[in-house]
Design a protein around this ligand. Structure first.
Ligand code: SF4
Length: 407
């Protein structure tokens, strides 16, 4: 394969594109990893895998995807499932709005599209949570339509292959990359000698090359690359100079006070109901604080617990998007439940035993905290697991002291 360098206006010879496409598809046929979602053309299965793979490593996704497909094998099953079960299946993957969007989109497909999975990009884009990348992935991989896709891996391959200067996320450069991706996949579509599923294989080849050969950093494995002879970045001797991403913005620190209240072997949890990434998950009650603000008074004020009742647990540290979070955790073992939430907020609260703690969807940080609770605090199980009865024990918290109403 010989790919001529793009000229100054970025024009690329059509013959060069044909050679590039053939080399990529041939390489993919011989080198593709055997991943479970590659053994099917089911758009639902491919959609779920693509959404899970955003922000998450392949090896992690395999177990999640397999469990999800066993429990929710199609659009109808996902649409009908209880939302807390969907969130529980997603627990640990983070970016939880993705799971809610999957279910919202499945429900739209059932109610508005007769349960038929759309193939056209425009119809896919109309569904919750499906952006240009996911729409292009479903249309090309599942339906073999000549639609481009551009994720971080493909962006890296294209900027290196064609030595594209500038921030690939800027409007002009990004549009150029989508155009290039479109030309490549349309070239595959027109190439009779490539066999079946040629658009699907071409786009997966770009993704696979970026994931396994043209990797981030200064030293991609160019010796193993099927398009190295025509790669402009390699000819320039500096593949690591592409893509030209702007410097990372330093993370913003945020601090939270988190209270673990234990009474009679149960722990107080609150349901996240406000709009946001963690909506639908349960958590140990937390409030944001200043960097230098002591957590005890904050928690005592909100939860009505005596200041002297708290004992410190290790901090929890984690990162979410551009935030670096520190949760300062205090535990109070109570002989009597507190009189009530004194900030007047409303919400759904639950005194959960260890089995319920295990069954409910918790975000990763709060799951980690649940696993760290002192043995003595979790040993006194208050009753058998009772998912069906959870709602009956939920309560609306307010000034009147409802925290004690369900103990
Ligand atoms: S030759 Fe190297 S830099 Fe160019 S596409 Fe292949 S792996 Fe990436």
């Amino acid at each position: 394969m010989a790919l001529g360098p793009a000229d100054s206006d970025g024009t690329i010879d059509a013959g060069d594109l044909v050679g590039t496409v053939r080399s990529l598809v041939d390489w993919f046929d011989r080198n593709a990893r055997d991943l479970p979602w590659r053994r099917t053309r089911d758009p639902y299965a491919i959609w779920v895998s693509e959404v899970m793979l955003q922000q998450t490593q392949v090896q992690t996704v395999i177990a999640y995807w397999t469990r999800w497909m066993e429990r929710l094998p199609g659009v109808h099953a996902l649409a009908a499932a209880p939302t807390d079960e969907v969130l529980k299946l997603w627990e640990g993957l983070g970016y939880y709005s993705r799971a809610r969007n999957l279910q919202d989109a499945a429900r739209r497909m059932v109610t508005e599209l007769g349960g038929v999975f759309p193939s056209e990009v425009s119809a896919l884009r109309a569904l919750p949570g499906i952006g240009p990348y996911t729409a292009g992935a479903i249309a090309s991989i599942a339906f073999d339509l000549p639609e481009p896709l551009l994720d971080g891996n493909v962006m890296r391959v294209l900027t290196r292959l064609f030595a594209i200067e500038g921030d690939p996320k800027s409007r002009i450069v990004n549009r150029h990359l989508w155009d290039l991706g479109g030309r490549l996949v349309r070239t595959a579509h027109r190439s009779d000698g490539l066999g079946q599923a040629r658009c699907s294989r071409l786009n997966q080849a770009l993704m696979e090359l970026g994931a396994t050969v043209c990797t981030p950093g200064k030293n991609p494995d160019c010796a193993a690359c099927p398009v190295s002879s025509g790669c402009r970045a390699r000819r320039l001797g500096e593949p690591g100079r592409f893509p030209q991403l702007p410097p990372r913005v330093p993370p913003t620190p945020r601090y939270f006070a988190t209270g673990v209240l234990e009474h009679g072997g149960r722990f107080l949890l609150r349901l996240r109901e406000e709009p946001g990434v963690n909506r639908g998950f349960w958590e140990f009650p937390s409030w944001e604080t200043g960097a230098d603000e002591a957590p005890g008074p904050v928690l005592s004020r909100h939860l009505g617990v005596q200041p002297g009742a708290w004992e410190a647990l290790p901090d929890l540290r984690h990162a979410i998007t551009r935030y670096r979070i520190t949760q300062r955790v205090l535990l109070a073992r109570l002989d009597h439940p507190p009189g009530g939430v004194t900030d007047g907020s409303t919400g759904t609260w639950l005194w959960a035993g260890p089995a319920e703690l295990e069954a409910l969807p918790l975000t990763s940080a709060h799951r980690k905290l649940a696993g760290r609770l002192p043995r003595g605090a979790t040993a006194r199980e208050a009753g058998p697991p009772d998912r069906a009865g959870l709602k009956a024990r939920n309560c609306q918290a307010g000034r009147a002291g409802p925290l004690s109403a369900h103990t």
